[in-house]
Design a protein around this ligand. Structure first.
Ligand SMILES: *Cc1c(COP(=O)(O)O)cnc(C)c1O
Length: 399
């Protein structure tokens, strides 16, 4: 078998018809699918009902969608992929596909925090109960109930980048017949393969690294088995989820350069993280690729690299100074989301930090996405903004 980059670049490529063809799959726009006869239509519909991936209507997506599905299935090492109009829609798809009234799900407390809004505004109304646990401290086996159907987690976690022992947690869940779903957005699917580590479903906000250029919204869910594919296909259809072919094309284009972009994000982020780690105004850098990070050993075992997203806690600073620091940055724009080529900074809301069971700090935390700009420029920018907003206390400067 060829290597992972080769397979990623070739997955979903158009087959040459009559001796030639384009490199890239065309953007196939349609609402209606036409059939040469009623019998052909019926044949498509029955193959589709049997679980085959054929389109009998535009909503199912045609060539461009299928090429993207093939490529992300290859990337995640799964059985089948489902496309959704945003990362959050992919998460909601998985939750709604797997959970029924009366069901219970265990959710790592470090997950992308809008999951809690889905819980509060939708799942609770449906009689579905989500329970948040701290993977580092709580005993997962002791929390499992007879009606626990799903373990949902994200490693490393959003905001503080806690690396979880996914193989160990997944093994416990699976021994109880519980499905395991993991949000794999941080790794872009390139540096981590949750399905190989024991998860049944890997979810990504393709909005981030797969798109890579901050120009589209998209989510994917990749499942590891035909049975789960049927379960997700039913919910995907019922919810009417679909994406536009132009967005499918852009995501596929992003995928072709995912490995090189991520390698560069990693190089830049490591340099920035090491510089921040040595800065007296920085209390802590949350980035598992740093040797001192509590998740470093697990990260080394389960990941082949680190992306460009990290956080810092500012030392001897209050919320106002954190704002001044972020406002003083010139090469980092202020904004949510990440995974594009550009650098971003965002203050983490204290309430969201407190959702993480392992967080006892009171320092303001700033999340940084380290982009593809020259790292020396980014470091100089961080230096000037820190110097103005968070002056080093004299006793520390002397130490
Ligand atoms: C951004 C993000 C999402 C949601 O993706 P959207 O496309 O913005 O809906 C989900 N999980 C993680 C970890 C994210 O960072």
């Amino acid at each position: 078998m060829s290597g992972p980059a080769t397979r990623l670049l070739q997955a979903g490529s158009p087959v040459l018809r009559s001796g030639s063809g384009p490199v890239n799959v065309p953007v196939v726009r349609t609402s209606t699918v036409r059939f040469e006869s009623s019998a052909a239509l019926e044949d498509h519909q029955s193959r589709r009902s049997a679980g085959e991936r054929v389109a009998s209507y535009g909503r199912h997506g045609l060539d461009t969608h299928q090429a993207l599905e093939d490529a992300v299935t290859e990337l995640e090492g799964g059985h089948r992929a489902f496309l959704a109009p945003s990362g959050l829609a992919a998460i909601s798809l998985v939750l709604l596909a797997l959970l029924s009234p009366g069901d219970h799900a265990l959710v790592a407390d470090s997950v992308y925090s809008p999951v809690r809004r889905v819980d509060q505004t939708l799942l609770q109304r449906l009689g579905i109960s989500l329970e948040y646990f701290s993977p580092g401290r709580d005993d997962l086996a002791a929390l499992i109930r007879p009606n626990t159907r799903l373990l949902y987690l994200e490693s490393p976690g959003s905001l503080l980048f806690e690396v979880l022992d996914l193989p160990a947690l997944a093994a416990i869940a699976r021994s109880h017949g519980i499905t395991v779903a993991a949000d794999n957005t941080w790794s872009g699917g390139w540096f981590c393969k949750p399905l190989a580590l024991g998860a049944n479903i890997s979810i990504q906000a393709a909005t981030k690294y797969i798109a890579g250029h901050s120009d589209l919204m998209q989510g994917i869910a990749v499942v590891d088995s035909p049975a789960l594919a049927r379960t997700l296909a039913t919910a995907h259809e019922a919810l009417g989820l679909t994406i536009g072919p132009d967005d499918a094309y852009l995501a596929l284009r992003g995928l072709r350069t995912l490995p090189v972009r991520l390698a560069q994000h990693q190089r830049h982020a490591l340099r920035v993280a090491q510089w921040l780690h040595a800065h007296p105004s920085v209390e802590r850098v949350f980035y598992p690729a740093l040797p001192g990070d509590p998740g470093h050993a697990l990260w080394k075992r389960d990941f082949s690299g680190a992306s460009g997203l990290l956080s810092i806690a500012l030392r001897d600073a209050d919320a106002q100074q954190a704002r001044a620091f972020v406002d003083g940055l010139r090469h980092f724009s202020i904004g949510a989301s990440w995974g594009g080529y550009e650098s971003l900074a965002l203050i983490a809301a204290p309430g969201r930090l407190r959702e993480h069971g392992g967080w006892h700090g009171s320092e303001p935390v700033v999340r940084l996405h380290v982009g593809l700009e020259d790292p020396a420029d980014l470091i100089a920018d961080l230096q000037q903004a820190l110097a103005r907003a968070v002056p080093v206390r004299q006793d520390r400067a002397a130490a």
